[in-house]
Design a protein around this ligand. Sequence first.
Ligand code: SF4
Ligand code: SF4
Length: 384
Amino acid sequence: MSAIDLVALAGAHRAEVDRQMTVCNACRYCEGLCAVFPAMELRKTFTAGDLDYLSNLCHNCGACYYDCQYAPPHEFAINVPVAMADLREDTYAAYAWPGAVAPLFRVNGLFIALALVLAVAVFVAGFALMADSDALFRAGIEPGAFYRVMPHNTMVVLFGGAFLFAIISIALSVRRFWRAAGPIPVTLPSLWRAMRDAGSLRYLDGGGTGCNNKGERPDNRRRLYHHLTFYGFLLCLASTTTGTIFHYLLDWPAPYPWWTPVKIFGVTGGIGLVIGPLGLMRERAVRAGVISTGNRGLGAAFLWVLILLGATGLLLTALRATPAMGLLLAVHLGVVFAFFITMPYGKFVHGLYRFAALTRHAHEQITAHGTITDPPRQPLPRTT
Ligand code: SF4
Ligand code: SF4
């Protein structure tokens, strides 16, 4: 898909969300379900930035589809979760920086990620073999054993560079996304409210009854899998940060024993990163074709990379005292590198765009109503 195709697709998806939001704005039956409808009600018409903002405010719980009297086969064909999901995926490419390579990731996200894993794993393994033909297959868990495969400073340059690129690129993308819906101030109350809503995944509750799955009763499994993924990722980040402190402040190089915070955070986080994304893939498959676009596109690529990240980290921890350690470290480093490089172009950014959307929503509600009022919780009768 070329950049021109991508612009045309985003235009078509925006037009569809605009059409559906115009119908919803006249109906307003779902106004208590989530943040999207109160945000929509503050507008009579929608700019492109408004539509992109609303699409990232939607958490795809599915409640408004099952409650809608205008859902297919009605001629209005209202399906807000799918219209929002389609546009949301466009926004990741539309605001990405640098944007020139975004179309490549949009179509080949998983392929590019796997190719990067392989290339970096081969590079690390080759690097180790050239330095010391025995280093890749030698067992050992003494401090510094990992750096026989690749010296610490080389790792810092390679992975620190990739991480720095990801951070700069994502920061510029989020700024573009934020400005597109109109520049408003970021205030402490709106930030605090957004942190609470994001931390509890408040709008994944489907208006109070949980997420809706095709042919199943609403439940909170999708919210649980999101929590496992999100907090699993944060724990892995805490593990890496603690390891850096150990290395530089305590002069204690990796690998670390089981009882250290580095390992406790890493293992619990790794388990979350495997179970959470697997559960989310199951949910996506169950909802496919009705309120989800299924296991394809950037969403699926992102989940696979997270699963690989958790699984290779856990395998490395479990088998680090065996001759498999060198190869497992090379593969795990390949996954980490692929994760960093694909972060700005894949679904990783959805968490940050959604946080920005929640912050904007909180600010708008304070400005409009003088306080942050929760929408009235009004779980509606379900057809499933
Ligand atoms: S989703 Fe359907 S029922 Fe809900 S506000 Fe829109 S048109 Fe009305
Ligand atoms: S799918 Fe859920 S979060 Fe999205 S607009 Fe509908 S009710 Fe709101």
